[in-house]
Design a protein around this ligand. Structure first.
Ligand code: KG4
Ligand code: ZN
Length: 360
């Protein structure tokens, strides 16, 4: 139980203990992190209710968040061992994401911060994915990694940034249509592999040799609307999906083996497109020391292997999040707030959610 409202405290001189809340899509998550990196607890619930629909249903997602969030926040605080009294700051994802999902976590965080008499911070979800690599205790101090290139790649986003210092993000590239995870999920659906498809495609592709050139790379034509970003640093996955549809319609795969081979070829096209953009983004970042990759798709074993090869060839450090921090989670939200990022209160209390909030 949350105790009686407390008097505002003096700002903590030690690293703040942050309670983070994440509800931007279909994961309901809460975590407690000390400073920017020390995860004291992290609770993530992935909603299974969307499976039969082959994608996230916003109405169901928000109802689940409403139902689950109070218990998940309580569990995160209990597991952290610091108690409600030990929480110095409340942080939550304000965007980007699904509006109705964001509303639940953001409103809950506002109310909780008021109740506890603690400051509030609005956190950008995409920037939080990039911070997730530093939740690995084995990761280096961020200070020695700048300038670096960051790739946030998941079911909802595919964005490339150049990071020159903490919080100094410059967008370099993005997808002009589907996100990479969405492209994998749609392919899996076409191949009858279920949802979410990324993990299945990854699993059945292992040990196979991809046939290169079966699917197009997903180049973005000069002149396409990219929001001022270089076309050769942007990605397009819609053509790839269409060519799989054509391939499957022209000649439906007859065996599990044929399905797996198509999935493997398709995955290779997605991985190839991502790795090429990372390579170019490193070219566009003179003196780059590291490449940080976060988001659900960064769990992909083939992508990890290809990124490792790229970074080895280029002599830059590859920073990947621990598997438990690749998908949506609240530890990355709390950690980013602990690093001093995000919009602080009192301004935060007046902010609405922003479903298309750009990082940087
Ligand atoms: O970060 P995340 O949990 O949520 C979003 O913000 O979207 O990412 C979910 C996405 C889904 O598209 C899922 O298919 C993909 O990440 N994913 C994978 C793998 N595991 C999850 N994609 C490829 N390989 C995987 N092993
Ligand atoms: Zn995400």
């Amino acid at each position: 139980m949350i105790g009686a409202a407390r008097k505002p405290r003096q700002p903590a001189m030690r690293a703040p203990v942050v309670l983070g809340i994440e509800t931007s899509c279909d994961e309901t998550a809460a975590a407690v992190v000390r400073g920017a990196r020390e995860v004291l607890s992290s609770v993530v619930h992935t909603q299974e209710q969307h499976r039969p629909y082959g994608g996230v249903v916003p109405e169901i997602a928000s109802r689940c968040h409403v139902q689950l969030l109070p218990g998940i926040v309580r569990e995160a605080v209990e597991r952290s061992g610091v108690g409600w009294e030990g929480i110095d700051l409340v942080a939550a994802t304000r965007g980007p994401g699904l509006a109705s999902s964001l509303l639940v976590g953001w409103s809950f965080a506002k109310g909780l911060a008021m109740r506890l008499g603690r400051p509030l911070r609005a956190i950008n979800h995409t920037e939080a994915h990039l911070h997730s690599v530093f939740l690995d205790p084995a990761a280096p101090d961020p200070a020695v990694c700048y300038p670096m290139v960051g790739l946030a790649v998941s079911g909802g986003h595919t964005n490339l940034y150049r990071l020159d210092a903490p919080g100094r993000l410059e967008p370099l590239g993005r997808t002009v249509d589907d996100a990479a995870g969405e492209a994998l999920d749609k392919a899996a659906k076409l191949l009858g592999l279920g949802y979410p498809g990324g993990p299945v495609v990854d699993r059945i592709s292992r040990g196979r040799t991809p046939r290169r050139g079966v699917f197009p790379e997903g180049r973005v034509r000069e002149g396409t609307e990219t929001g001022g970003l270089r076309a050769d640093l942007c990605l397009s996955f819609s053509g790839l999906k269409t060519s799989l549809l054509h391939a499957v319609t022209a000649r439906p795969p007859a065996t599990d083996d044929e399905v797996a081979q198509l999935a493997c070829d398709y995955q290779e096209a997605v991985v190839d497109a991502l790795v090429r953009r990372c390579d170019r983004a490193l070219d566009a970042t003179p003196g780059a020391r590291a490449l940080a990759v976060g988001g659900g798709v960064s769990l992909n074993s083939r992508l990890r292997e290809a990124l490792r090869a790229l970074c080895e060839r280029r002599g830059v450090r590859l920073l990947l999040a621990l598997p438990k921090h690749c998908g949506d989670n609240a530890a990355m939200v709390a950690g980013l707030a602990g690093a001093g990022r995000g919009v602080p209160s009192p301004a935060a209390f007046d902010l609405e959610i922003d479903p298309s909030w750009a990082a940087g």
